[in-house]
Design a protein around this ligand. Sequence first.
Ligand code: HH2
Length: 339
Amino acid sequence: MKRYYRPVPLTDAARPQDALRLAGGWCWFDRIEVLSRDAAPQVIAAADAPPEVLARLTAPRQPIAGVTLDQPRIMGILNVTPDSFSDGGLFAGAEAALAQAGLMVREGADILDIGGESTRPGAAPVPAAEEIARTAPVIAALRSGGCMTPVSIDTRKADVAAAALDAGADMVNDVTALAHDAALGPVAAARGAPICLMHMQGDPATMQDDPRYDDVLLDIYDFLEARIQAAEAAGLQRANILVDPGIGFGKTLQHNLSVIERISLYHALGTGLLLGVSRKRFIGTISGATEPRARMPGSVAVALWGAGQGVQVLRVHDVGETRQALSLHQAVNGTAVHG
Ligand code: HH2
């Protein structure tokens, strides 16, 4: 029976002497919830977990695209698409895209995630040439304009990633975790570019039709574990991989909530963790905010929950609001980094 080890992250001032530091970051833990597919969850002392599990949970995560992961980082979303669910059409022109990128950098984005193909439920695929024409010139203009902030290309296609990396992007964000285009892993590996591997069930056209899991939390764990192995087989280093459970990608409201509640499980994969909930539908379902842009407060609340669970990268539209919330969260829970 396979066991899964979920650390219980805390930032409380009352830290026992034998508590362990989670992933070299700002949370500590001294208990682990042991999960399996056929037994009730059990809470054990961290010291009683297998040594290889503790090694993965405590190993400091390496910087990604030069960004250290010892504090929560903000990835600002820039969709240069006509049809993204919350900002489609707003930043499709190069000038508007550059202005928005500049604003997000001033507001405190650590990474910019640029995407030229919407993956919202029901979205139609975009040909690679069109996706390149949308993204590469914006990345090149950011670089020639002196922007030093690391850029991630949100694509599932090797050709789009290669063009973006040529134009000055630093990392790849693949919502299919290398399952869509077998050439993408080798492209990232050859250039030493970090990659984010996200879980999705099905594809955007049909993923919300009737998503089902045996155990959503554990099924995603097994998927990500297998995709890390596939990425390593393609030549990527584990230290250069982020994983993401893919909120809203083939998941019901309850699936999303179950995953977010126990998201710290994925620290056991030994990589950095990324969470993207910004303005997503489940926030509207719970809060009644039907307009995506009205979902900012709920998005910030869930981002703070992620930070409290040790999630290293928060993918958000509302950078300034998230930065303010995060800095207050860190100030009052004692995890602020000074100096
Ligand atoms: N969500 C979206 C797109 N890319 N990448 C990662 N790693 N994680 C996510 O949760 C994620 C993602 C969807 O959001 P958005 O980019 O705002 O919309 P659209 O896909 O319509 O462009």
